[in-house]
Design a protein around this ligand. Structure first.
Ligand code: AMP
Length: 399
């Protein structure tokens, strides 16, 4: 399993260090930072570099400005927030390349910090343009990646720049992602139970396939479960399902049997005869055991399933959870998801939240402080769990 050098492995004193961070933060209508989670998450790495007396160059994207300067996506509001959280001055630069930027960086003393303007104001970022990457790389001696959420993309700041620099290492955030999504799921404390939910089998089938080689038990919830129900010859009424993915579901079930992996599907389902996602309302609801009637759609796992899944989770030494058990955005169909969140948080073993909506759900449940690790990636976490090598990780120096 990938292990890369980190900021703990080198002395970066006096070096110009280009740090790819994830400051893709939500902004209010007045342009101020409305959630500083990502800024706070970057602090340990920045502090470590500061203690080492490095010259710190922070770079990030924000939103999708598509290669143009879009003032509402400027990173300038991040600088004062970062400065306040760090208790150190942070100088914001109006661009990420060019003579002014070079001059400012060449004038840096050890321990000083600059934040570059949004990398995606230049087309060269997402296109990994060699010239753009060269200009960015020329600013620094050393590369540090601490932005896991973009590590599955070979952009200039995640791939082109480290490719050009002699030293490329990870910050603490990426190191932790690799530890929990990588090492701790590859040689897990057993029993290792995986809970997967969400809308589509097609999004998660590769993850299921990879985890069938590692897990003792796989638990399925969310709309994904209805495609598995079809594979087992059940009726799912008007539930969201993917009839063209039934064969894939069937082969996953077959692989589970061959590998001796317990594969649990819901034994009951909360159904509704009308779902209005925009207004966040359900019509009539009832619980189905077995087939779901036409005119009704499944929106959550039922009470028996919820109890069963919670018990399974409680007995595990390692739990990995990705994807909601139902339409958790609507209160009446959120119980299954929040019960699973509680069970994961209450467990004594290692608990890993594999990114995306499950992180939202666990944050909303108020149990986030009780889990071992919450991934900061959405797409990157899934690709990593699929066993794919992420360009932004594989380019880093191995330990
Ligand atoms: P994903 O992005 O694949 O993790 O899926 C998350 C989305 O799946 C959430 O927006 C949920 O509302 C949705 N979802 C989960 N279960 C169901 C269901 N039974 N019917 C419709 N949508 C669902």
């Amino acid at each position: 399993m990938t292990q890369v050098k980190t900021v703990d492995d080198l002395d970066l004193s006096g070096k110009k260090v280009f740090v790819r961070v994830d400051f893709n933060v939500p902004l209010d209508a007045d342009g101020s930072v409305s959630d500083d989670t990502r800024i706070k998450a970057a602090l340990p790495t920045i502090k470590k570099l500061y203690e080492q007396n490095a010259k710190i160059i922070l770079a990030s994207h924000l939103g999708r400005p598509k290669g143009e300067r879009v003032e509402s996506m400027s990173l300038s509001p991040v600088a004062p927030v970062l400065s306040e959280r760090l208790g150190l001055p942070v100088l914001f630069l109006n661009d990420c390349i060019g003579t002014d930027v070079e001059e400012a960086i060449n004038g840096l003393q050890g321990g000083q910090i600059v934040l570059l303007e949004n990398l995606r104001f230049h087309k060269g970022e997402t296109e990994n343009d060699p010239q753009f990457a060269k200009e960015l790389a020329s600013l620094a001696d050393v590369y540090v990646n601490d932005a896991f959420g973009t590590a599955h993309r070979a952009h200039a700041s995640t791939f082109g720049v480290p490719d050009l620099l002699p030293v490329k290492i990870s910050g603490y955030l990426i190191a932790k992602e690799l530890e929990f999504l990588g090492q701790k799921t590859s040689s897990p404390d057993r029993p290792f139970t995986v809970i997967l939910g969400g809308a589509k089998v097609s999004d998660k089938i590769m993850v299921i396939d990879a985890l069938l080689d590692k897990a003792d038990t796989i638990i399925i919830g969310g709309a994904m479960a209805y495609t598995f129900a079809l594979a087992n010859g059940k009726k799912v009424g008007d539930s969201l399902s993917e009839p063209d993915k039934v064969e894939l579901a069937r082969s996953a079930l077959q692989k589970a049997k061959e590998k001796g992996v317990r594969f649990l599907l819901p034994i009951d389902t909360l159904g509704t005869n009308s779902l209005n996602f925009d207004q966040k309302t359900l019509g009539e609801t009832k619980v189905f055991e077995g087939d779901i009637e036409d005119g009704w759609e499944g929106v959550d796992i039922g009470p028996k399933t919820t109890e069963l899944y919670a018990k399974e989770v409680a007995g595990a030494k390692t739990v990995l959870w990705n994807g909601p058990m139902g339409v958790f955005e609507i209160e009446d169909s959120s119980k299954g998801t929040f019960a699973v969140a509680q069970a994961v948080a209450d467990g004594d073993g290692i608990s890993i939240i594999g990114g995306g909506d499950s992180v939202k759900a666990i944050n909303r449940s108020g149990y986030s402080g009780q889990v071992s690790f919450m991934s900061t990636g959405g797409g990157a976490s899934l690709e990593f769990l699929e066993g794919k090598s992420l360009p932004g990780v594989s380019i880093l120096d191995p330990k």
